[in-house]
Design a binder for this molecule. Structure first.
Ligand SMILES: NC(=O)c1ccc[n+]([C@@H]2O[C@H](COP(=O)([O-])OP(=O)(O)OC[C@H]3O[C@@H](n4cnc5c(N)ncnc54)[C@H](OP(=O)(O)O)[C@@H]3O)[C@@H](O)[C@H]2O)c1
Length: 296
């Protein structure tokens, strides 16, 4: 049996759709809000009492990171569920981590800590190192540097390129790995993906120039103008977002400006039925750029 955590989250929802018909239970802090008709269990990494009943009888745990908090909170969450999984006799954990290009990001601290904790645990592990979602740089740009007119794209991305991954692709890869692992465990054969770490990013990084080109039409070109990190910091602080989120957002932009978010090797095609989904349209859609309303 598979248990997927974080059942109401965007990644889990897409993954659950692909696991329909299998022996799956969905864990969530709000099981009544889980969609898809699969059986649910009450599961909150912050509430130790929920962990043993949620993990009872589970062979394959799909551990979706619960990263929206300060690092000490995330470490405690992930540490608690890993210890509980070991105690419950879970046989294989599939963890959604962060791609290697993100090693310099603030959010990497908790992901790499979790990978090390999983490596020390008594079950098999598969780590899916997820690329940034397309709406991440787009959202940081939209908040920090609204484009002043339809012919200009302003964003605090410098001139660097950024590797991204469609959440749909990440969900397909996650569901594929979880299903194959659980099938093998049920059949008693050798378990695929055990001990593997997969880097998951679209092979083509995006840049300010490529996003501006995607916004352009033959008679309405859009040019990219990078904006300063200081403006992005001021906008993040003024947005009222929790302080840790402002720090993480700035860290993503700093790494982008430094050209450090290019994932040179990707395993994504290996885990998909077709080619990776194009991320540029998702970046564009998340920008709310004036050129989009001009285009109609
Ligand atoms: N690759 C990226 O660009 C990127 C960007 C942002 C975040 N992330 C990470 O990827 C994860 C999945 O992304 P997403 O788009 O699905 O995020 P999302 O839609 O915001 O969902 C947040 C998830 O965190 C779970 N969660 C929060 N607190 C929890 C707790 N105490 N115990 C158990 N689960 C808890 C929620 O589950 P329930 O509410 O159902 O319990 C939900 O699945 C995020 O949680 C975050 O760690 C990645």
């Amino acid at each position: 049996m598979i248990l997927i955590t974080g059942g109401t989250g965007a990644l889990a929802r897409l993954t659950i759709q692909r696991l329909a018909g299998r022996d799956v239970v969905v864990g969530s802090r709000t099981p009544q809000a889980v969609v898809g008709g699969l059986p649910t269990r009450d599961l909150d990494f912050d509430d130790p009492a929920t962990l043993p009943p949620a993990l009872a009888g589970v062979d394959t745990l799909v551990l979706v990171s619960a990263g929206y908090a300060e690092d000490d909170v995330v470490l405690a969450r992930h540490g608690a569920v890993i210890a509980a999984a070991a105690h419950a006799g879970v046989r294989h954990v599939v963890y959604t981590s962060l791609y290697g290009a993100g090693d310099g990001l603030g959010i990497a601290v908790a992901h790499r800590w979790t990978e090390r904790a999983l490596a020390d645990a008594p079950f098999d592990v598969t780590v899916l190192r997820n690329g940034l979602y397309p709406e991440v740089p787009a959202g940081l740009a939209a908040g920090a540097a609204p484009s002043p007119s339809a012919d200009v794209l302003t964003a605090p991305w410098g001139s660097g390129r950024i590797s991204l991954a469609s959440r749909e692709d990440l969900a397909e890869a996650l569901a594929t790995v979880a299903a194959q692992v659980d099938e093998a465990l049920t059949a008693g054969g050798p378990t695929p993906h055990a001990g593997r770490t997969y880097e998951l990013a679209h092979p083509e990084p995006v840049s300010g120039a490529t996003v501006a080109a995607a916004l352009s039409s033959p008679d309405a070109p859009v040019r990219y103008v990078p904006t300063p990190l200081a403006d992005a910091r001021a906008a993040l602080v003024a947005s009222g977002a929790p302080a840790y989120q402002a720090a993480h957002g700035l860290s993503i932009l700093s790494n982008a400006v430094a050209g450090a978010l290019v994932q040179s090797h990707t395993d994504l095609p290996e885990l998909l039925a077709g080619p990776p989904r194009d991320v540029l349209p998702e970046v564009v859609a998340a920008l709310d750029h004036p050129a989009l309303s001009v285009a109609g």
